[in-house]
Design a protein around this ligand. Structure first.
Ligand code: MEV
Length: 311
């Protein structure tokens, strides 16, 4: 190790994709917001000759406890193994991660965890320049072929326009503050499986799926302007268009559609799934406050929370 630190900390943000999930994997633009919470990691020089990882919930309940030995083992240990491999020091580390968002529901828990962990390990080993590669290696374990949008939001925060065409393009979106309501409408789902589902539809329906991805990308581009201008009714309409395309790509569910419908009936200007779909979270556009949508969701059995982005 090139420094004498024996304990280091890092944090990473969860995210909310406002526009463009799935199509972003095919090089189309997307808009993402980093959330104020995500994951916190503490890395310590290990007491034994193998690394360990302990994963805790926000209320300090241990969700998993692993010895990290098998690079091809279950994803949590394998992702930490992939992170450690990116650093020259390669010394054993005891890692403690606290997740402040639920896992697998579209809020970018894996990227938040990877950024928090890679930052902590980078500081422990005195190799901060390896952090981005380490996060990418971890995301590949969870997602197979990640677009990089979750990694960017987890690292940078703020509201960001993102596109990975021939080269990666990322720019902050200066928008007035905007209140959103978020709820978990369905169970956790695997991002890799949902990305695979879209890929299978694309293999069968080629051009039709290309049209849908193009539509989603154009929606994200137009929405970037509407967000900058604070034109919330247009942003809401574009959310509806984006959600319709995600339904056509096959990644929505009955519960997600029902939660979107409930939000609109309670006054939201728009509602859509966020992230990979197949379950997980929905968000609604509530510029005048999220209370009514949150109450309607609660009545229907969905717990939600309010978040402010932009500004
Ligand atoms: C997952 O948060 C977003 C997806 O577009 C996958 C990716 O961009 O890597 C579904």
């Amino acid at each position: 190790m090139s420094n004498s630190v024996s304990e280091a900390r890092g944090s990473g943000r969860a995210k909310l994709i406002l526009f463009g999930e799935h199509a972003v994997v095919y090089g189309k633009p997307a808009v993402v917001a980093g959330l104020p919470r995500g994951a916190r990691s503490v890395a310590r020089t290990a007491g034994a000759d193998t690394s360990t990882i302990t994963l805790r919930s926000a209320d300090d309940e241990v969700m998993a406890d692993r010895v990290v030995s098998d690079p091809n083992g279950e994803p949590l240990a394998a992702s930490f193994h992939a992170i450690l491999q990116q650093f020259d020091a390669r010394a054993p580390v005891d890692l403690d991660v606290t997740l402040e968002v639920p896992v697998g529901v579209g809020l970018g828990s894996s990227a938040a965890m990877a950024v928090a962990t890679a930052r902590a390990v980078g500081e422990l080993f005195g190799e901060p320049d390896r952090v981005d590669d380490a996060v990418r290696a971890s995301e590949e374990v969870f997602h197979g072929n990640p677009s990089g949008i979750d990694q960017l939001a987890a690292t940078e925060g703020g509201l960001i326009f993102f596109s990975r065409g021939e080269r990666i393009e990322a720019a902050p979106v200066e928008a007035p503050p905007l209140t959103l309501a978020v709820c978990q409408a369905g169970p956790a789902a695997s991002t890799a499986e949902m990305v695979g589902k879209v890929a299978a539809r694309k293999r069968r329906e080629g051009q039709l799926v290309d049209y849908l991805n193009m539509l989603v990308g154009d929606t994200a581009r137009t929405a970037t302007e509407a967000l900058r201008e604070g034109d919330w009714s247009r942003v809401g309409e574009l959310m509806e268009i984006n959600h319709g395309a995600l339904c056509a790509l096959g990644v929505s569910t009955a519960a997600i559609d029902a939660a979107c419908h409930t939000a609109r009936q309670a006054g939201a200007l728009g509602a859509k799934l966020t992230g990979a779909g197949g379950g997980g979270c929905v968000f609604a556009l509530t510029p005048d406050g999220a209370d009514e949508v949150l109450a309607a969701w609660k009545k229907a059995g969905w717990e939600g929370f309010e978040v402010t982005i932009g500004g």
